[in-house]
Design a protein around this ligand. Structure first.
Ligand SMILES: NC(=O)c1ccc[n+]([C@@H]2O[C@H](COP(=O)([O-])OP(=O)(O)OC[C@H]3O[C@@H](n4cnc5c(N)ncnc54)[C@H](OP(=O)(O)O)[C@@H]3O)[C@@H](O)[C@H]2O)c1
Length: 308
């Protein structure tokens, strides 16, 4: 008989019962969007391995294998549902099925998103609107479907994934910045509206972490690589700079998953939550410096070595 099995036998029935009750109280039903990769995947796997009932959603279930492999590695289970945050029918179907099965949702993690690179004049209306459809309206679509069930129980937590790009801006990321700034304003207002119902709304604002958002899932304006664009040399320079920075980035995206977990367990979480020290420092600079100085700092950091 293995040592592990022997030590299990040594646990008394009372202790086992107590552990099961504790686990039931502790375990939450958590709906996460965009779990096919990155923060969403890691958060789903981490929470599942710690005993939560994770409802992992993704827009294309053909991409489920990396998540399932991670869950298999760590232990626990996830329940998979197809959900595209821009498709209200898919949201309705998923939320109805989830509520029918679990009767409630304790936590909603609005994670799905992408970033489009491009100077304003290189971006089409459609490209900018699509960015808003996913990062801003997508969060509203899922939140609108889930809130009534939280309100009914007078309890719930909504964690919206913003970014440093939600409080600071940079050239060539205006559309992404606008989507995250809009998300921040919406989240702040919603926090007031839902707090009387016992529902907490909060933000996470990660800095740069190496996920698929910068490579496989990266999107650029159609005119981004067009040499006839007046912004061509600037956009090529910035793209290289960002990708070099990302490729040297050693920050572990698991930190973001760990922050989400901490916020789920925190009875009174802060509204803004920044996982990494650089982004916390940037936030302090943004808050304290006059904008003239802050923007000079950003411009110098981005373009000091630019040669046209
Ligand atoms: N990585 C960073 O440095 C960073 C920093 C700050 C904030 N963020 C934010 O963190 C969130 C997650 O990004 P990530 O870094 O983990 O990137 P990622 O690896 O590219 O993951 C993005 C996830 O969003 C999903 N998604 C995109 N559009 C969707 C839609 N219409 N409906 C449902 N799911 C959709 C993707 O699904 P598909 O596989 O189907 O495309 C993927 O699962 C995003 O909101 C992003 O803005 C990232």
């Amino acid at each position: 008989m293995s040592q592990g099995h022997r030590s299990f036998q040594a646990v008394s029935c009372d202790v086992v019962t107590c552990d099961v009750v504790t686990l039931m109280n502790f375990s939450k039903t958590i709906l996460i969007t965009g779990t096919s990769s990155g923060f969403g995947l890691l958060t789903a796997a981490r929470l599942a391995s710690h005993g939560h009932q994770v409802v992992a959603t993704m827009r294309n279930l053909d991409k489920k294998n990396p998540l399932l492999a991670e869950v298999h590695k760590r232990g626990g289970t996830v329940d998979l549902f197809q959900l595209d945050v821009t498709d209200k029918k898919s949201i309705q179907a998923a939320v109805q099925a989830i509520v029918a099965k679990y009767h409630h949702v304790d936590v909603l993690v609005n994670n799905a998103g992408y970033g489009i690179g491009g100077f304003f004049e290189d971006l089409t209306d459609e490209e900018i609107r699509q960015q808003m459809e996913v990062n801003f309206f997508g969060v509203q679509n899922v939140t609108r479907a889930v809130v009534p069930f939280m309100r009914e129980r007078r309890s719930g937590k909504i964690i919206n994934t913003s970014s440093v790009a939600g409080f600071s801006t940079s050239p060539a990321f205006g559309a992404y910045n606008a989507s995250k700034w809009a998300l921040e304003a919406f989240s702040e207002s919603l926090r007031y509206e839902l707090s009387p119902w016992g529902i907490q709304v909060l933000l996470i604002e990660p800095g740069t972490y190496k996920t698929k958002i910068f490579h496989e899932n990266a999107r650029y304006a159609k005119k981004f690589d067009d040499p006839s664009s007046p912004y061509y040399s600037h956009s090529q320079f910035l793209k290289k700079k960002v990708l070099d920075f990302v490729d040297h980035c050693r920050k572990d995206p698991e930190k973001v998953a760990a922050l989400v977990e901490k916020l789920i367990h925190s009875p009174h979480p802060a509204f803004r939550n920044i996982p990494d020290i650089e982004s916390r420092m940037l936030f302090m600079l943004r808050k304290t410096l006059p904008f003239r100085l802050y923007s000079r700092f950003i411009n110098t950091a981005l373009f000091a070595d630019f040669k046209d």
